[in-house]
Design a protein around this ligand. Structure first.
Ligand code: DGT
Ligand code: CA
Ligand code: CA
Ligand code: ZN
Length: 591
């Protein structure tokens, strides 16, 4: 955080402010402060989601203006103004000095919360992940009161995962950043073509760094313009034709290429490495050579000095041309993971990938009946605004296994059902009455059958016991006659927990036989099923449902992350339930 000084001339994003209050909440919770941590977290959430720039509001209208945001009281509004004006919050600095640890890093270990962090700091001086791992290896953690051998073992199991994932950013954080970078590049006169490359262009769920490629005849002017980007918090390096900066904690690599080589560079830097190796092998078979500068015919040209074959350039200006030189159609970036795409392209068997525009509804969302923010009518209006034909309201039901969740009580489900029917009657789109039931550790569904039978769309998802093999449990849930969709099947939380192990083929065959769809949950923290699993599920005959799990109407927009994840799994329109017409969806749901 040291390179992020505030100050009135610098733009402060809502998520930066939200991050401060989340860190503050953790530090206070660690010190057993009551009430405030929860207040700070709620405020953080509302600041993050606020449609206006909150720092700008603070500049223009002071505390009073900021205090108008839901859940942001006077004390918090004052801190926002303090941060915007001075670049720090004194009380936060005091809390950091009181507990000088890498809070985000340590709490990224599954099972380690702010209070454990404080205990381990006091007892053993643990400040970061390395200290934590050493202490666990030396058996010192189980000696600390409140910890035992089981916790220590758990820490050892999870510390690597935490370290590895701490470095990676969520797709939904990196994408908007990359879009901002491109909007800035567009203002640089010397830039004539630009594109994101790397894992971001392939829409991987997590991103190591953002790669941006620009074609220009004047690379130094592009590098200068790029490093002047106001959103850059620090410049990591700047050369004649490449530069790296950090913004919002994410590294952005820029490369400038000759316009004639832009397609070649784009192909090369999009990756994946494994895909590029396949492409290179195909080139070799054809006496061609592929690199980041182009495709070269090396069949008969030899450099008289070196004896090396240099080759005549046959492609490089565009990516299409690159693939065409290898007798291939352009392979969509999401497929470039070496899952058979080069062979499929050669055979003319590339899938006709689903697009976001083809999505016609969302079958999993929440309202204030459980932990959502809005009424049924507001969520339906949101779906209608997106141009959808249908939406399913699927609040959590309380019941065994819903740990700490807010759910609709069994009796209230009747009332909610009545409300949904009423909204449906008054709406231009079809509103399915549903529920998100819990799948317990044995594969039982948490809602009684007599109610499930009366609902249109039942999503069942695992929310607890999310380790080990989950295949049998999910097969059982998928085979339940009233379950229509298995929600976020592995239960993974990106950068937090890996989720259940699954034999996706087996689950998909059972789901296909039972007429149950498997979800790609589009929430950027989940993206579950992941791309590779989607491919296995489709190959085994399953139908996919791509749902946002929205807890407020704006979140329906996250659908694109689910669509691109499904594209990584080669999904076509016919594979995806909510790309079907209302009639077809109704018959799938047995209505
Ligand atoms: P990331 O950033 O870890 O999420 O993943 P990528 O795929 O964006 O990887 P990155 O940023 O290291 O490099 C971008 C692309 O450049 C990568 O996908 C493929 C290409 N590339 C980088 N290094 C090599 C290499 O040594 N060999 C080959 N064939 N390609 C490479
Ligand atoms: Ca990258
Ligand atoms: Ca890179
Ligand atoms: Zn949900």
């Amino acid at each position: 955080m040291s390179d992020r000084s505030g100050g009135s001339d610098r733009s402060v994003r809502n998520d930066e402010l939200a991050g401060l209050f989340e860190e503050f909440a953790d530090l206070l919770e660690a010190r057993d402060v009551e009430y405030k941590p929860r207040a700070y977290r709620l405020a953080a959430e509302n600041i993050r989601d606020h449609p206006e720039n909150v720092a700008e509001m603070a500049r223009q209208g002071g505390e009073e203006r900021v205090g108008e945001i839901d859940r942001v009281g006077d004390a918090i509004a004052a801190k926002v103004v303090e941060y915007v004006e001075t670049g720090t919050v004194e009380e936060l600095e005091e809390a950091r000095a009181d507990l000088p640890v890498d809070m985000a890093g340590l709490t990224s270990v599954e099972g380690v919360g702010p209070k454990s962090v404080a205990s381990l700091y006091e007892a053993l001086g643990v400040e970061d992940l390395d200290d934590l791992e050493t202490a666990a290896r030396e058996g010192r953690i189980q000696e600390v009161s409140g910890f035992g051998p089981k916790t220590e073992e758990n820490i050892l199991d999870n510390v690597d995962f935490a370290r590895q994932t701490q470095q990676r950013q969520l797709l939904a954080d990196a994408r908007p950043l990359a879009e901002d970078v491109l909007a800035h590049v567009e203002t640089i006169d010397a830039a004539n073509r630009w594109e994101v490359a790397g894992s971001l262009r392939r829409w991987r769920a997590t991103i190591g760094d953002v790669d941006v490629l620009v074609a220009s005849e004047d690379s130094e002017a592009v590098v200068d313009g790029f490093t002047d980007w106001p959103e850059a918090d620090s410049i990591i390096e700047a050369g004649t034709n490449k530069a790296s900066v950090r913004s919002r904690g994410i590294r952005v690599d820029l490369r400038v290429t000759d316009p004639e080589e832009f397609g070649a560079a784009l192909q090369y830097f999009t990756g994946s490495k494994a895909h590029n190796i396949r492409v290179r092998d195909r080139a070799i078979d054809r006496e061609l050579k592929v690199n980041e500068y182009g495709v070269f015919d090396v069949s008969d040209v030899e450099d008289p000095d070196s004896g090396q074959r240099v080759g005549e350039k046959v492609a490089g200006h565009t990516e299409e041309e690159m693939y065409e030189a290898l007798d291939l159609p352009l392979i969509p970036p999401e497929l470039r993971e070496d899952r058979g795409e080069v062979q499929a392209a050669a055979d003319g068997d590339l899938p006709d990938l689903l697009t976001t525009e083809e999505i016609r509804g969302d079958l999993h969302c929440h309202t204030e009946w459980s932990d959502g923010r809005n009424t049924v009518a507001e969520m339906v209006a949101g779906a209608e605004e997106r141009g959808y034909d249908y939406v399913a309201i699927t609040d959590h039901a309380t019941g065994p296994g819903m740990v700490g969740g807010v759910g609709v009580e069994d009796d209230d489900l009747e009332d909610q059902l009545a409300e949904i029917r009423e909204v449906d009657d008054g709406s231009d789109i079809r509103v399915f009455a549903g529920v998100e039931a819990n799948i317990d550790s044995e594969g039982e569904i948490s809602v009684r059958d007599s109610l499930l039978e009366r609902l249109d769309c039942v999503v069942a998802s695992p929310h607890s016991s999310l380790d080990g093999d989950g295949t049998d449990r999910l097969v059982r849930a998928a085979e339940h006659p009233d379950v229509n969709v298995v929600g976020h099947p592995t239960g993974r939380q990106l950068n937090q927990r890996p989720g259940l192990d699954l034999d996706v083929g087996e689950l998909a065959r059972a789901a296909a036989d039972a007429g149950t769809a498997l979800e790609v949950n589009a929430n950027p923290n989940r993206l579950d099923l992941r791309g590779g699993a989607v491919k296995a599920a489709i190959d085994a005959g399953a139908t996919i449902a791509i749902d946002t799990d929205a807890h407020r109407p704006e979140r329906f927009d996250l659908i694109r992350y689910g669509v691109h994840t499904a594209r990584r799994g080669w999904a076509e329109r016919d594979d995806v339930l909510n790309a079907w017409s209302l009639d077809d969806v109704e018959s799938f749901l047995g209505l």
